[in-house]
Design a protein around this ligand. Structure first.
Ligand code: NDP
Length: 407
């Protein structure tokens, strides 16, 4: 049994806490820390109310703590105090490097679900975290990056597709559909600041060794998603493409698609046009404010969407290539129901689909099923044990060999 420190008590942190609590045979002592300790306490109360980690049993305790994860000495003190075998980071991407620094200083494994971003620049890439590889290797510890759904599960799907169904994989399309409806005209399903930065950036896809840039949300396709129905999906740049194109250099074209409803797009356009999505400060009544951060305070808290959201998500990868000299198409995906996720954990499916692979990723490391020294992405490990277990952890998958094309 291992000890774990979980940092970040948003929607994703809630799901991870539930999943860790459901597996006392793996995760012995859990310490749950965030900037606002009361949010951890509230989640732990819900976990205990569900009959998990009953008071009085051997593993009753989920300790909670307050931590500013931007502050390395504070993190180091917390890690020394609770002595985890792994730190699972589901705070914001801004905290990735400070938490990695604290893990290096204390010799503890690290896992996250989103790659590092600087708060002042709406740009993310793996370079700052990959730059830790040698230091993690020398310290004999492991960092697993991007262990959510996308990135995360989509990386494992890609590795699984290549391992079992392709001699040569030519194209990969990642298809991310949220068919859920929360009833608000505009809200984001995860942290609004991170979400809007991602969606309002230029699109980018990989073709024949080059990245091709597109105007934000300018390339559209319609796709019929199992369990959801026909939806418009838009080409975006997404972080797993950086590591997947590196680790599967044979792939000639890689694209990422996400569905958006018309109401979301219209609101986003208006907010952009009036400057509310800007991330550089403006002066307001003698005080500097960042419009996007102000907007975040006005929008519904993603954690509050759970009880209102109905419908399903469907996320997967569609790959083409060759097997035994013949063309092959393979599509693997998960369907997740918002209301079922809420009934189990009190969070909607976007948080659920992120939190479950994070918890299983932690299990892979702590059980030694995935091991290594240095900094790794999900697709660098054998996908089979992950695919074998993820269904039982809450995200079963379906696979098909479609005859149609996705052009
Ligand atoms: P939320 O904004 O709901 O929660 C973030 C949590 O982190 C909050 O509890 C917040 O504290 C805490 N936090 C923020 N800054 C600090 C800090 N300096 N020190 C300590 N705690 C801090 O986000 P989500 O739960 O929706 O997302 C969590 C992570 O998951 C994000 O990194 C996001 O990008 C990633 N993600 C990954 C996905 C994937 O598929 N790979 C999909 C969706 C999300 P407070 O409550 O005080 O604000």
């Amino acid at each position: 049994m291992k000890n774990i420190l979980l940092i970040g008590a948003g929607g994703v942190g809630r799901v991870v806490a539930f999943k860790l609590a459901q597996h006392p045979e793996i995760f012995g002592q859990i310490t749950f820390a965030s900037r606002t300790k009361s949010k951890c306490d509230d989640i732990v109360k819900d976990i205990v109310a569900k009959g998990l980690r009953k008071p009085g049993t051997e593993f009753a305790e989920i300790a909670t703590a307050e931590v500013d994860a931007d502050n390395v000495p504070e993190l180091v003190a917390l890690i020394r105090d609770c002595k985890p075998d792994l730190v699972l980071n589901v705070a914001l991407p801004y905290q990735d490097l400070t938490i990695m620094d604290a893990c290096l200083e204390t010799g503890v494994h690290y896992l996250d679900t989103a790659n590092y971003e600087h708060p002042d620049t709406a740009k993310f890439c793996y370079a700052p975290q990959w730059a830790y590889h040698e230091r993690f290797e020398k310290s004999g510890i492991m960092a697993l990056l991007g262990s959510g759904f996308d990135p995360g599960m989509t990386n494992v799907y890609t590795a699984y597709a290549k391992k079992h169904y392709f001699d040569r994989m030519d194209t990969v399309d990642i298809l991310d559909c949220n068919g859920g409806d929360h009833g608000y005209p505009f809200a984001t399903n995860f942290n609004p600041e991170i979400n809007i930065r991602e969606v309002s950036a230029k699109g980018r896809y990989f073709e024949n060794g080059q990245w091709i840039e597109t105007e934000p949300l300018s390339v559209k396709k319609t796709f019929n998603f199992d369990g959801v129905g026909e939806k418009d999906m838009y080409l975006l740049y997404h972080e797993e493409m950086e590591s997947l194109t590196k680790h599967f250099p044979e792939v000639k074209r890689m694209r990422f698609w996400m569905t958006f409803g018309q109401s979301y797009l219209t609101h986003l356009k208006v907010l952009e046009n009036v400057g509310m999505t800007r991330i550089n400060p403006v002066m307001f009544e003698g005080r500097a404010i960042v419009p996007l951060q102000f907007l975040k305070t006005l929008l519904p808290d993603p954690a509050s969407l759970g009880p209102r959201t109905k419908g399903k998500t469907n996320i997967g990868i569609w790959a083409t290539g060759e097997r035994n000299g013949k063309p092959q198409t393979y599509y693997v995906y998960n369907i997740c129901d918002h209301e079922e996720c809420f009934a189990e954990t009190g969070a909607q499916a976007v948080s659920y689909t992120t939190g479950v692979p994070a918890a299983l990723g932690a299990k892979m490391i702590l059980s030694g099923q995935w091991s290594g020294k240095g900094v790794f992405n999900m697709e660098q490990f054998d996908p089979d044990p992950f695919m074998a277990e993820i269904g039982a952890w809450g995200l079963p998958w379906k696979e098909t060999w479609p005859a149609g094309k996705l052009e």
